[in-house]
Design a protein around this ligand. Structure first.
Ligand code: HEC
Length: 104
């Protein structure tokens, strides 16, 4: 009985930890969106409070994470490529952020 509770507690701690990690990735992604990469200049995204009109409204197109990663890494149309400017982790974070909050 004690052993079972111990494992339940362990799993709970692991789950909370995972949640905290993904939240910090969202925070990092939001910061990149608004500041480091200035995606906000060109894109409207409600969660970020941005109203850029040059690129598509991200709440309308609701891109999959892989779509964001591709656009940010390689650029698309007049949107610049960020490879070299953002690290792989930063591209991952901003893509996680955009694909998550644009669904809301
Ligand atoms: C200079 C303005 C500009 C900036 C800065 C910019 N974008 Fe874009 N973005 C565009 C334009 C324009 C398009 C549409 C390109 C096309 O379809 O020809 C686009 C398209 C996209 C798409 C859709 C891609 C697809 O396959 O349909 C996503 C997602 C996206 N941008 C995310 C981002 C993110 C995240 C950032 C910041 C890291 C960013 N953009 C920065 C202008 C910009």
């Amino acid at each position: 009985m004690i052993k079972k509770n111990f494992f339940s507690l362990l799993i709970l701690i692991l789950l909370i930890n995972k949640q905290a990690k993904s939240d910090s990735m969202l925070d990092m992604g939001k910061d990149i969106f608004l500041n480091k990469a200035s995606c906000s200049t060109c894109h409207t995204l409600k969660d970020a409070g941005s109203e850029g009109q040059i690129g598509p409204n991200l709440n309308d197109i609701r891109p999959e994470k892989i779509t964001v990663i591709n656009a940010v890494t390689n650029g698309i149309g007049v949107m610049p490529a960020y490879e070299g400017e953002l690290s792989k982790d930063e591209i991952e974070a901003v893509s996680h952020y955009v694909s998550t909050v644009s669904q809301q």
